[in-house]
Design a protein around this ligand. Structure first.
Ligand code: ATP
Ligand code: MG
Length: 337
């Protein structure tokens, strides 16, 4: 077996609030290989962003990555590091952010400085992480801008963010994330704010760059069409936990968890009448404070059984690479959480 690029074990990220402990991520295990695209899906509030930010340790008090969590990254240069154990403000973490792992956020305006030219912003990251040679750094920056399909890289280099369209700004964000040749790119709903055509262009672009640069992509979205397009493997999150994971074909062809099945039913079908309502999942995602020990989806599940209210199911492999957290498919109880 290949050593995984990223190996997450029992990741727990809790927010310590006056009302109680909000368990945004509560025992996530997952592995990623070099070159793999893992899609994370789940409704709003399921913990996707907190999980992604935890991998970068971008969680501020009252949130924290709890003791016992492991985020093992096999960097190109040196020993594997457990990101969960690194000092919060140290050099080691700064080296990992931007160099080994880059993240693209949903809204590009919030991550670009409005008062600096976009080229200089990318250049700064390259000077920090790749080379101190200014001429070389400029060449790498222009190459990154060109790779993301921007027609006139020199002109884009000199632009300010507000002078660019939403699609171009998002491309600049991707260029910035890629200029440092990360081993892992985390994309948190990077195309939701864009129109559909630009969205598909960017997905194709990210896929091409993954092949060229040999990186892995952790792609977060609540759009199953996007997942079908880009992911090799899919993990479905509900209330801070992974409830099902499998390769992308299996998730679409043979989803086992009732939650995954409901998510799939909520995709509008091609040819459906435009007025037809989406089949929504009954109920809403609760806030994960003081959750009882039981299946977290039991209240909303149409196949609920008595045991679902007494114990919490473990995430267990039921087939090659296909794991599910549901008593309809196995009887393994989760202990110690
Ligand atoms: N800074 C914070 N302080 C307190 N609670 C937070 C904070 N950030 C997130 N949460 C809570 O953590 C849970 C998971 O939130 P998260 O943002 O990860 O969801 P998500 O799956 O990314 O949703 P969306 O699809 O809307 O982006 C939610 O209950 C949310 O309210
Ligand atoms: Mg989010």
């Amino acid at each position: 077996m290949q050593t995984p690029l990223l190996s997450i074990k029992n990741l727990r990220t809790y927010f310590h609030l006056d009302e109680g402990v909000l368990k945004a991520v509560d025992g996530v295990d997952l592995e990623m290989q070099t070159g793999q695209t893992l899609g994370i899906i789940g409704e709003s509030g399921s913990g996707k962003s907190v999980m992604a930010r935890s991998v970068m340790r971008l969680i501020a008090p009252p949130g924290r990555v709890e003791a016992g969590s492991q985020i093992l990254l096999n960097t190109n240069d040196g020993e594997p590091v457990d990101i969960a154990q690194l000092p919060y403000d140290g050099d080691a973490l700064r080296q990992i952010r931007g160099k080994s792992i880059s993240m693209i956020f949903q809204e590009p305006m919030t991550s670009l400085s409005p008062v600096h030219r976009v080229g200089d912003q990318i250049l700064e990251a390259v000077l920090l992480h790749v080379t101190r040679d200014k001429t070389e750094a400029r060449a790498i920056t222009l190459d990154a801008i060109q790779r993301v399909g921007i027609p006139n890289p020199e002109r884009a280099f000199l632009s300010y963010p507000h002078e660019l369209s939403g699609g171009l700004r998002q491309r600049i964000m991707i260029a910035m994330a890629l200029a440092c040749r990360p081993q892992l790119l985390i994309a948190d709903e990077p195309t939701t704010a864009l129109d559909v055509t630009v969205q598909w262009q960017i997905l194709r672009l990210m896929d091409a760059l993954r092949n060229d640069l040999g990186m892995a992509i952790l792609y977060i979205t609540h759009d199953l069409g996007v997942v079908a397009q880009i992911a090799d493997t899919v993990a479905v999150m509900y209330l801070g936990q992974i409830v099902e994971t499998a390769d992308v074909f299996t998730i679409f062809e043979r989803p086992l968890h009732p939650y995954t099945q409901s998510l799939l039913k909520s995709i509008p079908k091609v040819g459906a009448q435009s007025r037809q309502r989406l089949e929504a999942i009954g109920g809403t995602v609760p806030v994960p404070i003081n959750l009882p020990v039981r299946c977290r989806f039991a209240d909303r599940c149409q196949f609920v059984k008595p045991e679902c209210s007494i114990a919490a199911p473990a995430l267990r492999l039921v087939d090659n690479g296909h794991a599910v957290r549901c008593f309809l498919h196995h009887q393994e109880v989760e202990h110690g959480r």
